[in-house]
Write a protein that binds this ligand. Sequence first.
Ligand code: HEM
Length: 484
Amino acid sequence: MIGVILVLICALMYYWNFRRMRKPIYDLSNKLPDVGNWSLLGHNHLFFGSPEKILKNVKELVEQMDEAGGISKVWIGSSFYFVSLNPEDVQKILENCLQKDDSYKFLRDWLGNGLFVAPVDLWKTQRRILVSIFHNRIIENYLDIFGQQGKVLVQRLNEQAGRPEFDVYPYISSCMLDIVYETAMGEKMDVQHNPDTPYLRARSCVMSIINMRLFKAWLQPDALFKLTPYAKLQKENIDYTHKFTDEVVAKKRLEARKGKNYEGQQDLLEILLNKDNEFSDKELREHIDSLTIAGNDTTALVISYTLHLLGLHEDEQDKVHAELLSIFGTSDRIPTKDDLNKMECLERAIKETMRLYTVVPIIGRMTQKEIQIGSYTLPPGVGCAVIPMVMHRSKRLWGADANSFNPDRFLPENSINRHPCAYIPFSFGARNCIGRHFGMLAMKSVLACTLRTFKVKSKPINRFKMEILLFPIPGHLITLDKRV
Ligand code: HEM
């Protein structure tokens, strides 16, 4: 009996201390408008069910917040998030809060301190080094890889021409995997011809488990997670993916030590290895894994959504095709830098696609020092949720036709008065997407190869889910007809 009482007293003291330490957060929470908050339950009730249901709930909640002025809060378990949908506030958050929010810790077992999740002190030095390998001059060396893989994609898509609708995403994803692996590590994976490998299965297993933890409050504490079978499954699959990258790093390190003669093109790993060996093998693995994971599904999704939207909007597809015809005529050459620069119409279509289907729907940051947002003072250690998925369709920011596909929104004359944070598919500020230029060139090249060869048709998609990124539930269903 005395034991039970002692445990109760300890638990109460722990809770009291926990509340005391977090008083500034509770004070802030009390001042913020309450939207969809169920008192003690917070917003947890919205995070039950399938990924489709959760996405629907989150979208509805945030849309209500938008209508109520754009500032609010979310409680998931004991995690608190300040939410703002106002571009001025978002700019302040993304410029001042470079630390990722606590929820990214679920990625740490996998990506360690790789750029994507690195704590801000470490991140500053790493970003400086990594930015140099994403210089335009270096990326332009990879245009041949983009084009060659685009050609393989077209050969593979030929099998679908003239046939009933099919999901184009697996084709595009394989193509982007081949591009990202060859440019990052020099590895010719040939996923386009061998799409089902143990490595890819391991990767997708880890992603599903991490995604589950992000939204299920009961899976978040490590102690509880370790009691579930997911913990073992996650570890086995993470170990498998680490082994894969470790082997490539070890091979390249050996080549560098033996004084390999790097004539012509170098992959990103080789460039990093030759930077006075500033990174250990483990750090290299963490960075390369971060780049390949951050760069593959994002670009593959945007390409697939662009094909889908152009399939729905024949007039816009005709404009893009006319532009491609004016650049290439009947030649099937690989797109050069000049060709890619001329693809303005295609670029606008991609941008508009990223607005309507924002593949990174939510960005989480954390305050490190006190910051003032409007009339609210955010203390250090507060989670901030930026939700481009909802901002990009906000009628307050984009007008009454916010939900319609209109690439001309991105004509220079129509973009003049737009706040820089009204449109943030690649985030904003010093911790924005390091691969955005790489991504845009690769997407344009692959889309140009596809749209020169095929006419695309599609039907509207109505069901989506959020599994870290935004996916359509039925897949990206399209039909293809070969152009003559
Ligand atoms: C359409 C394609 C892409 C989209 C929409 C996209 C979007 C984003 C966004 C929104 C972030 C910030 C995430 C956050 O703060 O939580 C980000 C960060 C990042 N992205 Fe991308 N990305 C794309 C392509 C790429 C590519 C091709 C690469 C690499 C080859 C890449 C590598 C990274 C890395 C390493 C970070 C972390 C940067 C840092 O923390 O300093 N991304 N991306």
